[in-house]
Structure formats: structure tokens, C-alpha cells
Ligand binder design. Sequence first.
Ligand code: SF4
Length: 411
Amino acid sequence: MNLRHRSDDGYTSAPPTPHGPGLHDERGVAPAILWSVADDPYAPPGPASVRCVLCAHRCLLRPGRRGICGVRENRDGALVSLVYGELVAAHLDPIEKKPLFHVLPGSTSYSIATVGCPFRCGFCQNWEIAQAPRERIRHTTFHVEPVEVVDAAVAMGARSIAFTYVEPTIFVEYLLDVARLARRAGLRTVLVTNGYATPESIEVMAPWIDAANVDLKGFDDATYRRICGARLAPVLETLTGFRAAGVWVEVTTLLIPGHTDDPAGLGELTAWIVRELGPETPWHVSRFFPAYRFGHVHPTPVETIRRAAEIGRAAGLAHVYPGNLGSHADADDGVTRCAGCGALLIARSGYRIVEVRLRDGRCPACGRALPGIFDGAPSGGPGSSGADPVEACATGFDGPAAAGAGPGGRS
Ligand code: SF4
């Protein structure tokens, strides 16, 4: 296994491989971690095949081939990342947009992404960047060193850096370098992920990640295979793996009519969250809108979201948040109440914080702690500080990738 570590607190990379075509050019090529030389008895003579163990696809790559994500390549018998520091998006978002409702409410998160994803979800809201390698879309990217990301986040008053918009584990080498510097600067780090990590990659990432919003797109393996090109079991293992490693976990389920809105399946899914992650795990149940290859599917009826929320509450979940409802949202949809006495703790309107009654992370009425991350600065491990909510996109560097609005879907 190729896991090189520095003597201080981060992993290090050798100089970029100086040959062969990159995704766009050679700027983003860097040695990868989490792979090994593969036993491939039928491979032709020449450089070795390698096995990437970053995500649960565990791709076998012969020389010159790329993995399913499209951004990791076998070059002469060694795995390289093609997207180190090659940002296609960088924006200042409210943390509520991730969505993370129990992490530093009202703060902003400097949110970054490269291209690529190991899933092929036909309903992806950010498919132009997530599926760019597969769809052969060439974006203008902007090479940003990890220290520049952290400097930009600090300069803009963000309290965290979010690895998001696409599946962020595919740029794990860059993610780790940014996260290590972010901790030193007193910033939190958050993942918005499809949950397809392996135990090996969780072990590497978890010490540097404070919180994760994990998509749990359904509770049926056949559905996962059909609409995402992936399996359910690794996602469940990622959820329990991050939680066991001390990462704060919130779960999001997108209800796609006819695909992931089956009430029985939602009953199983929410019962599993209660049993394996705990009843105070926030569950965001989100409304679908037509996108990408699912342009023919109608938006989720609002009543389907309401029914799913009731299923979650009936299963025992204390913090259920209907989302993406726009003008259909109720005043109570963004409210966090104490799981003990029912007192209002946090009120939100969309991504905006209306009121925070929480005191030192506890209910002001009964003193019960609200699970999550609410104060304290990180010190080598988890922790952080504050800023006003910002709805507009902003970036800390100039260039094409910084100029546009943020990706339109889940952030
Ligand atoms: S990260 Fe990419 S190359 Fe590695 S196993 Fe997953 S899809 Fe394959």
C-alpha cells in the first residue's frame, strides 16, 4: 500500500510524474495514495497493473488506464491523481447549504471541488463537473495550492472548508493537504460525500475531517446499482465507519419519484439510521428536481416529502429536516428542537439562521446537549469559530473557475 507520511502531521507527495497526458495538462498530476501493485496474471508484459482502494469500486488499472472516476490513472505501474489542485469550483457557502444543520450554525464554509466522481447518477445536479471526464466535458480549471485555499477561507471569514459539489474523496491527496493546513489555521473541515469510501480511505481521512454529510440515496441495492452504478453496502459501512472514527455525520436522502420514494424502503432506511447511527442523527429529506438524464422525471410532490418526514419521525429520528422545498417550506422545516423537552433551539429560513437559542451547545430550557459541533476551535483535532451567513458566491482567487455562480445542486 502506498501510504507515505511526513514526519509531522500530513502525508507528502513526490514530484509530479513528468510524462504522459493529464486530464487537461500536467499541472494536476501528482502521485496517488491508497493503491497497491495488483496481482493481474493475464496482464501483458510491461509495467504493473495497480489496484486503487480509495473507493469501494477498487478499480484494477492496467498501464495507461483510468479508473471509473476518470481522474486516477496508472502511469508506468504507479497510480497518479490527475486533479491535484485543479479546482473547477470555489465558493463561500452557508454551512446550511451542505446541508449540515448541527455544525457551526450561521457560519460560512469555503467550498471547493475538482471534476470527477465514481458514481454515474443520472439525476446529478452537478453533472457538468461530476461527470466531466465521462461526458468528455473540458472545463477551465484553476490551479490552487492548498495554502491558497486556506488563506482565501480565512480572508473571507469562513469557519470551515468544505470538500463538496462532486465526490470529494476522488481528490483525497489534495483534500488531505488542504485539511492539514486548515486545522493549523483554526478551520473545521467538512465532506459532502456519496459515502463510497473504503475502510482504508476512512482511516486516512477521518483524522482530518470534522463532519460529513453522507448521501444515503435509498435502502435497496438494486436501485443503487441501477441509478448510481454502485452498491448499497459500502455506503452503510462508510456511515458507520465515519461515526466510529468520531466524524460528525448527517444524512441526506433525495426522494426521486418512482426510484427512491418507496415508503417501505424509507421505513427501513430510517430505522437503520436510528439503530446504527443514533436517533439524534440529522436526516435531510430532499426534494428532487429534473436534471441530467432524469429530465423526464417530475419534481417530487411536496406531500411525498411530508410523508417521508413522518416516516423518519415515526422510526424515532429526532431531527428530520425536509429540504429543497422553496416556497412550499413550512416555518417548522428548518427548526431544530431539543430531543428532550421539545424547546426550540435553532430556527432557520432556507439557508438563513433566524434564531439560535442554543447555549454552549445545550438546550436553555432543560440543559440537554444537542449533538453536533457548536463551538471551540480545532487544535490538531476537531474544533472551530464564527461569521455571518453569506448567500452570494465569492472566491479568494481570480480566474475562470472563480467567476461563476456555484454548482446548482447539492453543495
Ligand atoms: S477512486 Fe476512482 S480509480 Fe479509485 S477505486 Fe474509486 S473509481 Fe476506481
